[in-house]
Design a protein around this ligand. Structure first.
Ligand code: HEM
Length: 524
């Protein structure tokens, strides 16, 4: 029971107030004319309370609505594999062995909304905000290392096809596979998502990846192409469809709960950060384009180099303030890190801050979870919910512009040699040359363990069985092109399903086998 009558001054901080700081003496009854009403319009406390409640929700993220988050730190090794990391990047957070940088991580599912089950077949988001001494760096990744498409202009169509039908509000395999069979670059990702890799057992036992190709720049202004990967020290574990259904029947928040409870118990999850590095260039000797995010970089040619580890050791203090309002973006880089020409990365980089200005508001970077942990001094002023009065530094607060002889903010000095790539070419609307849409899907299929192959075929068959036969035929053709056995098993499975009859289900399988009880050691 609350006791807001207490005279103990030490209790004062527990006294309920309204947002104007007025003590609330009666939170059970609104002010009325007599105890049976009616209510009056000057009822400030009541109207304040209800009208704030009416505005409790902000727009849900257009994708990745459901998430869980935690605070922690990143600790650098000072090396990339056996080499000093400074050979590749001058980014300060990586340089010194043992150097710690605070982080906030948000894991998520992609397609369904804020309270959807966490057992669904879907990629998982793995977004990390590093609060570095040079300002923030966001590494906005997924659990899988590749993606469905390679050109950002296709993203809204892809998401429309994957999200529920605009009329029935049901997710529909026909729409999903319709998009995928007509976007053959998606077949590698479809192969992962319909295997057990499409349902990680929880957030602690999944990998992470930056997916897109970035650049690292060293002190001499020289760049390399780089891909980022997170490896969980807890091991990797994925679920068979049936296991996921069993969990979902009793708990559709299992991944959030698993993360929260582990951190409360003091079992802090850890991931190692590894990079793959390639010299900056087109690499015509490869049968894929290094800027194509539907491809893995073969590990034997581009070894994984460990650069540090991340530990998550603190749960959010408030879900909405931190997990809901956190805003990550691929444009948020620090000195020593750069973009590549990867067309997806470039499209994403516009999209994130654009949506956040809408979702959270123009001043979203002032929220504590999004603000850097170093001094911010800018000439940007105003906008909804602006509250900072110290944005301009101390010199001369009247000067909210630059350049000036009267004080105000000065440009920073360039540290290290600037990276100035030379770019020349015709403006075109064209796909890349080396598409190689199915080769790696075949390699991935052959790398799967037997139970993973069985699950993949079973999940694809039950997903495809109810859909238009033209879509089925195109999907089978893609599987055949990837691997003879993969194609044959899918064709036979669909032929059997059409004999048995089958019903439409959300993305997933009808009666998958139970997966062996084990953590999978090796990532893909
Ligand atoms: C969230 C756009 C591709 C990972 C989002 C959001 C948008 C978006 C608008 C919501 C952000 C917010 O409301 O704060 C795009 C576009 C893409 C794309 C236009 C392609 C052109 C990808 C890829 C990945 C990815 C390839 C994986 C590497 C994420 C993650 C989140 C997210 C993890 C959730 C971040 C969080 O937890 O707040 N994306 N995305 N996206 N996206 Fe993408």
């Amino acid at each position: 029971m609350s006791n807001n009558q207490s005279n103990d001054p030490n209790q004062e901080e527990d006294v309920l107030t309204n947002r104007q700081g007025h003590p609330v003496t009666n939170n059970q009854n609104m002010r009325t004319v007599g105890n049976r009403g009616p209510a009056t319009l000057e009822n400030y406390d009541f109207i304040e309370k209800i009208s704030h409640f009416d505005r409790e929700r902000i727009p849900e993220r257009v994708v990745h609505g459901r998430g869980a988050g935690a605070h922690g730190y990143f600790e650098a090794y000072g090396k990339a594999g056996d080499e000093p990391v400074s050979k590749y990047t001058r980014a300060k957070l990586f340089q010194e062995a043992g150097k710690q940088t605070p982080v906030f991580v948000r894991f998520s599912t992609v397609i369904h909304g804020t309270h959807s089950p966490e057992t669904l077949r879907d990629p998982r988001g793995f977004a990390v905000k590093f609060y570095t001494e040079d300002g923030n760096w966001d590494l906005v990744g997924n659990n899988l290392k590749i993606f469905f498409i390679r050109d950002a202009i296709k993203f809204p169509d892809m998401i429309h096809a994957f999200k529920p039908d605009p009329i029935t509000n049901l997710q529909d395999n026909e729409r999903f596979f319709d998009f995928c069979c007509n976007s053959p670059e998606s077949f590698h990702m479809v192969t992962f998502v319909f295997s057990p890799w499409g349902i990680p057992a929880n957030y602690r036992m999944m990998q992470g990846s930056g997916v897109n190709t970035y650049k690292w720049v060293n002190n001499e202004g020289e760049a390399v192409l780089v891909k980022y990967h997170w490896e969980p020290k807890q091991g990797i574990k994925n679920l068979a469809q049936k296991e996921a259904e069993e969990i979902q029947a009793t708990n559709f928040n299992h991944a959030t709960q698993d993360l929260y409870d582990a951190i409360e118990r003091g079992e802090y999850p850890e991931w190692e950060l590894l990079v793959q590095v390639m010299s900056d260039g087109d690499h015509p000797e490869l049968d894929f384009d290094p800027l194509d995010d539907t491809k893995l970089w073969p590990e034997d040619q581009f070894p994984w180099l460990a650069v540090g580890k991340m530990v998550l050791n603190k749960n959010p203090a408030d879900y909405f303030t931190e997990v809901e309002q956190v805003a990550f973006g691929t444009g948020v880089l620090v000195d020593g890190l750069d973009f590549s020409d990867d067309k997806m990365l470039q499209g994403r980089t516009f999209s994130y801050s654009d949506t956040q200005r809408h979702r959270i508001g123009a001043n979203y970077l002032q929220l504590p979870i999004n603000a850097p942990k170093k001094k911010v001094a800018t000439n940007q002023r105003g906008g909804q919910m602006q509250y900072r009065v110290d944005l301009g530094g101390n010199q001369n607060p009247h000067i909210n512009y630059e350049p000036s002889l009267l004080g105000g903010l000065q440009e920073a000095k360039q540290e290290g040699k600037e990276f100035t790539p030379y770019i020349e070419g015709k403006l075109v609307r064209e796909s890349i040359d080396r598409q190689s849409n199915t080769k790696q899907a075949g390699e991935t299929y052959r790398m799967f363990e037997d139970w993973e192959k069985d699950e993949l075929i079973s999940n694809l068959v039950s997903g495809l069985a109810p859909v238009d036969s033209r879509i089925q035929a195109k999907m089978i053709a893609l599987a055949e092109e990837a691997d003879e056995e993969y194609g044959r098993r899918l064709r036979e499975g669909l032929a059997n399903a059409s004999r048995d009859g089958s019903s439409q289900k959300p993305l997933g399988n009808k009666d998958g086998d139970k997966a062996p009880e084990k953590a999978i050691k090796k990532g893909h």
